[in-house]
Design a protein around this ligand. Structure first.
Ligand code: GRF
Length: 190
């Protein structure tokens, strides 16, 4: 199974995928890692791991449609079976998702449909829920919407900050992402 992974940040979830592939625990080929802006640690660590990388900088395009078209072209050039949004902080167009047969996987640090958007951890804490978690799902063109594949709960501790909670969620998120990719590679969730 060929995957392209899209990142906007540090790519620690991506690193878990890289490590699992290297360890022979995950039978997928990371054919490229792409970002929406230059200078991400996600791209840097991928290049260091010997992976192909690309940047389709949002700022280089006149509008979102142009950027989406360029992103679609860049990703399609690697002919992926599945595209993974791993901390990719931009909404892609329906045309992008169609171009990859709807195989656009996203991870989110909350129990969807609760707390979608860029601040899922902060919003869950602000609401005062006692349990949050993470979700791996097929993404459609909405904000963190689309069919859910896997979820796991994480309790919020009274002394949690957004950072401590997010780190604990990410430990679970990495495991769920690697497991889901292994299941996809084995032909599940088609
Ligand atoms: C993850 O929690 C992801 O769900 C969220 O941003 C975080 C990305 O972390 N959208 P990293 O870049 O993989 O470290």
């Amino acid at each position: 199974m060929r995957i392209v992974v899209l990142v906007s940040g540090t790519g620690s979830n991506l690193q878990a995928v890289i490590d699992a592939v290297k360890a022979g625990e995950l039978d997928v080929e990371i054919v490229a890692v792409g970002a929406d802006r230059p200078g991400t640690y996600g791209v840097e660590r991928s290049a260091a791991a010997g992976l192909a990388t690309f940047v389709v900088d949002f700022k280089d395009y006149a509008d979102r449609a142009d950027w989406n078209a360029a992103l679609t072209k860049a990703v399609a050039s690697y002919d992926p079976d599945v595209v993974v949004s791993s901390g990719f902080m931009r909404i892609v167009s329906p045309e992008f998702i169609d171009a990859f047969g709807g195989k656009y996987l996203n991870t989110h640090p909350a129990l969807l449909p609760a707390f979608p958007g860029a601040h899922g951890v902060r919003d869950a804490m602000a609401y005062g829920v006692k349990v949050t978690g993470c979700t791996v799902h097929w993404a459609d063109a909405g904000v963190d919407t689309g069919p859910i594949i896997a979820q796991e709960a994480v309790e919020i501790a009274p002394d949690d900050t957004e950072d401590t909670l997010h780190e604990r969620i990410k430990v679970v998120e990495r495991r769920l992402l690697v497991r889901t990719l292994a299941e996809l590679a084995a032909g599940k969730h088609a």
